[in-house]
Design a protein around this ligand. Sequence first.
Ligand code: NAP
Length: 474
Amino acid sequence: MNRAKIFLGSECKSTQNYIEVKNPFNSNVVSSYPICTTSDVEMAYLKAKSASKETKKSPLHQRVSWLEDVANKLEEESEKFAKLICDEVGKPMIFARGEVNRCIETIRLSAHTMITISGESFDTTAMPSGKKTLAFFKRVPVGVALAITPFNFPLNLVAHKIAPALVSGNAVVLKPSSAAPLCAYSLAKLFIESPYAVKDALSVLYSGEGVNDALVTSKTPRVISFTGSVPVGNLITKRAGIKKIALELGGNAATFIDKSANLKDAAKKCAIGAFVNSGQVCISLQRIYVHVEVYDEFSKLLADESSKLVVGNPYDDKTFIGPMIDEDAVDKAKIWIANAKQEGAKVLFGGSNEGLVMEPTIMVDVKEDMNIVCQEVFAPIVSLIAKNDYEDALKSMNDSDFGLQYSIFTNNLATASKAIDDLDAGGVVINDIPTLRFDIQPYGGFKQSGIGKEGPKFAIEDDYTEVKSVVICS
Ligand code: NAP
């Protein structure tokens, strides 16, 4: 039996009660996790607080070797980890393998980035009121970080938090998604069992009564790094008290297809951006605004590209679209499609499901206030909307509570450079989908999509270190 276990610091705790996790495609039991209690939270924080005194003193070369060791082991076991992702969340194997590769890169990148991060000196005689000193600031670890992660990238998003946090000298308490406990546990185990590990620097807890609230309200963590939905992000913000809070939340990503764009290329990329991981990506392409003169041609091309995507068994190497995470997610998508149809929208392609596997679905004749357009749909559903010109599309794209990533397909340089300034989002992509993310980039949204940036350099600077100002007077 593949059991995720509690880590209270480096110590693995034995427990009696486990919750089973089933594969979303075939309902086989694939893992289980122990129910945690608020006393586990207290113990994990106690260990983390004490460990943070050691982590901050540990030499950087040790922490860099630590991450490199984990990345190497993950590389050796990459197929096992890809299967774990596919087991727990039903991500098709081709993309599960891709996530493992990205995770290895995220960990290596965190190690290499930390070597380049340092403080800065400045001249205190710049102001008439100043005097000659030696003044500088240095970056110091925050101490204890709480990391909370979602189900849709159950390995790489854990790495995006624990790798930069640990390499910058902190202790971490991790609370992964209940849908994918074994992915997180197995990665954490590599960190904890590494010969370079700092003892007790990493704890792993799971859900249980009062656990989330105890984790968030405790005064021990100096930072909470949360990736997940807007409602939970709101709850955390209300309960956290005085501490740094980094929020990587949802979105309803959009693109504009200009009449100058290469339509075939755009359609091919848009089919990927809308339907990869069954649309369960925070930057999944949900709204496609198309110049009215090329709308018909683009619609046909997109439907054609979508028809080529293999739907079904995620363990099959040819499958592009596997199951959604659970019944609730499928039901929500079906209700939103039905409501939109009642108000006049039409299904251009797809629209049905078999079990938890939903077909790639293209909606047309939609209104902008329909849920499938203005809310985060988090399902393989994309809406096509004709627009008279760029300005018209821009108004609709920015008229959203979210602002994670937007894109534009155009061969007009002036329109492209205007879009970079005009689009109200944390990321803008030209001539590709808004679903494009490189792990080295600063990544995070505007508006309700969150606060702060991930990407190792940015997470280390924004979340996991603080600036300490030093003045030496002679
Ligand atoms: P979720 O329901 O918000 O859960 C995320 C994490 O928060 C899970 O570990 C969950 O634990 C935990 N949680 C639930 N209630 C909590 C509370 N009251 N206090 C503290 N933690 C709590 O999100 P999800 O369904 O797993 O993931 C999908 C969402 O994440 C989408 O909205 C997506 O856009 C967003 N996302 C954003 C990014 C980004 O980088 N911007 C990346 C990926 C996903 P349990 O699993 O035990 O409930």
